[in-house]
Design a protein around this ligand. Structure first.
Ligand SMILES: Nc1nc2c(ncn2[C@@H]2O[C@H](COP(=O)(O)OP(=O)(O)OP(=O)(O)O)[C@@H](O)[C@H]2O)c(=O)[nH]1
Ligand SMILES: [Mg+2]
Length: 453
């Protein structure tokens, strides 16, 4: 996704990050490049202009020219503004109403409404433990009703029948009644798509809106349609206030114009993005992550989340096995451990629970704070797999690249490597017989009498 934009902006980022000197001229030049990249990505002209204005104001205010790392400062400003442009933070669905909370899903023909309803149902059921009902208000096409029915059973949502012979209002009221009786937490409503946002469509949606009184009205747009899609969202929003936008087919969108401007144009948050045809291909829209992805700086957080969801246990087992067999403990393992620590409440919480650690001095506890943990994780995230497996490779220019990529300084990278080496030694001791006891002795702690060794 966003390949073309990422291509042009990431080369600018690379070029700028290393620059020790920036002057008004090459800042202007960089601004021009950002401008071209955005216009090529099909971001609307006005949006591009207001974006650049924001960047310019900050670039001047923060005195990019006089800063120690002007290139990086400028890139940071572009990244921040890009994030703001797309909405600052992610916005989840609201559930603060009497259940079933109704979510009305509207959009043009073929934009991905029915698929999105199924994906949302899946997400709410699987990740948020909700009981979800779905109903189709597409009474024009029997196939559309059938499509939702099949998807509902696939995701284990309650499906409420649509009788094509009935008035739409009857179907709607029936669905609400049944959903209430079934004690659904959420009722997702699929609607019929139209070719354009015309009076017919708006009238129908408005009447459904009255009957369902939805807490959320989501407008689905096909991101591959670019600015045209953004315009439909703007027109829809002018008649019936949206609570959010869902961007679909982002996997096929190499330009990214819709993702970039829909928030600015409608003032409504992008809540989700469809990343593929499969039922699991729906992600929360995180502006900050998308911004760094667009700038070619990676989307580490999403990657971590995926890892957490999928291979957590396996990882823990892998490290345990390695320790037992006495084989080398590498940065990848270290990273895994940091992650596990974070999940268990951070270093401080963890230290309190470890046997023998209570006796450790306050100063050591202070040092091992969670900020450090996050920093270390970020640093390791900026390394290539090869570097993680063979930390000895990490020298001069690699260190600089890693520091840049993780938003840290070379001293931080050195610190991490030093601590890692210590940890590696500790692990070696631990893997030997009686290791835990030796280790604790070495650290000045006391093992509780019955601690298994
Ligand atoms: N690659 C990709 N395809 C998608 C995505 N979302 C939907 N699609 C595809 O887009 C096509 C249309 O999706 P539907 O969910 O039927 O669209 P709709 O808005 O309900 O269409 P109508 O009911 O006819 O208005 C299908 O082939 C979907 O598989 C997505 O995020 N990525
Ligand atoms: Mg449909």
């Amino acid at each position: 996704m966003f390949e073309s934009l990422t291509d042009s902006l990431s080369s600018l980022v690379k070029n700028l990050q290393g620059r020790a000197h920036l002057n008004q001229d090459n800042i202007q030049e960089s601004m021009q490049e950002v401008r071209n990249a955005l216009l090529e990505a099909d971001v609307g002209y006005d949006s591009v202009q207001s974006f650049l204005d924001q960047v310019a104001v900050r670039a001047e205010g923060e005195e990019v020219v006089g800063s120690l790392t002007p290139g990086q400062t400028f890139v940071k400003i572009v990244q921040d503004e890009l994030t703001k442009f797309m909405g600052e933070t992610s916005v989840e669905l609201s559930f603060s109403a009497q259940p079933p909370v109704v979510v009305l899903v509207a959009g043009l023909q073929g934009s991905g409404k029915t698929t999105t309803v199924a994906k949302l149902a899946r997400r709410l059921i699987k990740q948020e433990n909700k009981q979800v009902g779905v109903v189709s208000c597409d009474i024009y096409r029997p196939a559309a009703v059938e499509q939702l029915k099949i998807l509902a059973s696939e995701v284990s949502a309650n499906y409420y029948e649509t009788n094509l012979a009935d008035e739409l209002s009857k179907t709607a009221k029936n669905a609400v009644d049944q959903s209430k009786r079934a004690f659904d937490d959420v009722l997702l409503v699929d609607t019929a798509g139209r070719l354009t946002i015309d009076d017919d469509m708006m009238q129908e949606i408005a009447s459904l809106h009255t009957i369902f009184n939805p807490l959320e009205t989501l407008f689905v747009i096909d991101s591959m349609m670019g600015q045209d899609a953004v315009e439909t969202a703007r027109n829809f929003n002018a008649v019936l206030p949206l609570t959010g936008v869902v961007l679909t087919k982002i996997d096929g969108d190499s330009r990214g114009g819709a993702a970039l401007s829909v928030r600015e144009v409608t003032g409504k948050p992008i809540k989700f993005m469809g990343t593929g045809e499969k039922i699991d291909d729906l992600d929360v829209f995180h502006p900050e992550r998308i911004a760094s992805r667009i700038l070619g700086m990676g989307d580490v957080l999403s990657l971590i989340e995926e890892v957490e969801q999928k291979v957590d246990k396996k990882k823990a087992e892998k490290v345990a096995k390695k320790l037992k067999s006495g084989s080398k403990f590498d940065l990848q393992d270290f990273r895994d451990q940091l992650e596990q620590m974070g999940k268990m409440g951070g270093v401080q919480a963890l230290m309190g629970k470890l046997p023998g650690m209570q006796g450790m001095s306050g100063a050591i506890k202070e040092k091992a704070n969670d900020k450090e943990l996050n920093k270390f994780s970020a640093i390791i995230d900026s390394m290539t797999l090869q570097e993680r497996l063979f930390p000895a490779l990490i020298k001069g220019s690699r260190k600089r690249r890693i520091a840049n990529g993780s938003g840290t300084i070379i001293q931080d990278v050195n610190k991490l490597l030093k601590q890692f080496t210590q940890m590696q030694k500790m692990m070696k001791k631990m893997s030997k017989k009686g290791g835990m006891k030796n280790l604790m002795r070495g650290m000045g702690g006391q093992l509780p009498p019955n601690f298994p060794q």
